[in-house]
Each structure stands twice: as structure tokens, then as C-alpha cells.
Unconditional design. Sequence first.
Length: 117
Amino acid sequence: AHKKGKCYHTCENPYTISKAGRMHYVYPDKDFRLYPGVQRTSDEWISTYKLRTTIERTLASLNKNSAIAFPRTLNSSSMRADLFLTAITKLINVIVANAINKPQYFRSIRKLYKLAS
């Protein structure tokens, strides 16, 4: 940086002939991390956040299955079968929890099993 606040590049092989090199500006309306477009305290944000966390928890519960998280085989057809069996088990769990009107057991087979026994 120069005394007057101007920037100059000192690269041996610059990308451009400009003294300041390439500049990249991030405008507030394009920075979605700082300015997501939806106010964080709004109803839309709250409903979207709830849906997002539900989806992420469901995906995490699928990965908790040891056959998927730590596969013992590298055979793709065997891994695919493990994934399908896990998904079928999760779906049956949701159907049973819905049938007994206990939505809090959607993600937990163990709790549902304890309830049944």
C-alpha cells in the first residue's frame, strides 16, 4: 500500500497491466452471507430455518446408520443395497410412528421399539 492509500501489486507476473492489479468488489445486495435477503427475525426466516433444520437432522440420522457411515465394503451394489434398506427402515419407522400418532418418534427406531415392548 502506498502512503496515499493506493494499492499496488508487487507480483513478478501480474495478471493485468493495471498498477493496482485485479479488484473484486462485494456489494451488500450480492453478499448473501451477511445480507441473506430475508430478515432473521421474520416469520419467513423462522419457517425456513425450521424446515432446513428438520431436513438436516433427517439426513444426519440416515448417516448415523453404521452401514452407511462406516461401510465395510467398497462394492457399490452392496452399498446401494445398504442405503435402500436404511431408507426402507426409516420409512417404515415414520409410517408406524404416524399410525400410533407419535410424531416425536419419527427419527428414532430405538424409542419406538421401547414404546412397543
